[in-house]
Design a protein around this ligand. Structure first.
Ligand code: NAD
Length: 256
């Protein structure tokens, strides 16, 4: 018995990183999975490997959402879950952030999440789930990522409101707030075909050794397990909540 037997779940930004691990884990737990991304080659290859459906979905485009939902329904006849995982990060001090860059981050992270809820919730089966991917920066500040942090704070607001509005149908909506996770977003050298992924991960762990109580960055598989918990019956009485998964980073600072 898998934890997601009989369920159909759409994961955005699933071609790589945390979304890929979520797609793999959900499939292994019995779900039919819709892998959605703008990285068509990678997404289609993953879908073929795990026996899922790939759809091209730019989360900032409402038309793309409508086609993705139609494709999911045509393939599987229903939708039980959504993981709003797609996201982008840009580094800049607020005073140096061009408006275009700010709006680009809003369009993907915040509008993308809003459109996901707006388009998918009406067709989601009663008792379904939505998991929004926020961030450690949804619950605290971090210099040089102002646009990103603003959108991630907004995602928590959307999560709480969606939880209230969808509760009458038994649809639960929660958010994940990961700290630093070893994917291309925090570790761009993972995209360098000449770099050794083990070495780059070790180097990243070294950077965070002092910052994070558990002494390392998170692994995308660990976030995928939280997404599974929030998508499965194991979290049946939980809705409207942010879940921090950060190795203790937010717990405070140590002076010894
Ligand atoms: P990643 O960059 O490896 O993956 C992001 C995925 O989103 C990619 O597959 C990318 O193609 C996709 N994507 C980007 N723009 C898109 C769009 N417009 N439409 C559809 N897909 C799009 O990084 P990741 O760490 O796997 O990121 C997953 C989520 O986790 C993001 O929301 C990110 O903000 C969040 N997050 C990451 C970290 C971290 O340290 N890696 C920490 C906290 C939160």
């Amino acid at each position: 018995m898998g934890k997601l037997d009989g369920r159909v779940v759409l994961v955005t930004g699933a071609a790589r990183g945390q979304g890929e691990k979520e797609a793999r884990l959900f499939r292994a737990e019995g779900a039919e999975v819709v892998v959605a991304d703008v990285l068509d080659d990678q997404g289609a290859a993953l879908a073929e490997e795990i026996g899922a459906l790939y759809v091209h979905l730019d989360v900032g485009r409402e038309d793309d959402w409508r086609s993705a939902v139609r494709a999911a329904q045509a393939a599987y006849g229903r939708l039980d879950g959504l993981v709003n995982n797609a996201g982008i990060l840009r580094f800049n001090a607020l005073v140096d952030t061009p408006l275009d860059e700010f709006m680009q981050v809003v369009q993907v992270n915040q509008v993308g999440c809003f459109l996901g809820v707006k388009t998918v919730a009406p067709v989601l089966a009663d008792g379904g789930t939505i998991v929004n991917t926020a961030s450690y920066t949804a619950v605290t500040g971090m210099a040089a990522v102002g646009a990103y942090a603003a959108t991630k704070h907004a995602i928590l607001g959307l999560t709480r409101v969606a939880a209230l509005e969808l509760a009458p149908r038994g649809i639960r909506v929660n958010a994940m707030c990961p700290g630093a996770v070893d994917t291309a977003m925090s570790n761009p050298s993972l995209l360098d075909p000449d770099a050794d992924p083990e070495e780059t991960s070790k180097a990243l762990d070294g950077l965070y050794r002092k910052l994070v109580p558990l002494g390392r960055v998170g692994r995308p598989e660990e976030v995928a397990r939280l997404a599974l918990f929030l998508t499965s019956e194991d979290s049946s009485y939980i809705t409207g909540q942010p879940f921090v998964i950060d190795g203790g980073w937010l717990a405070g600072v140590s002076i010894i």
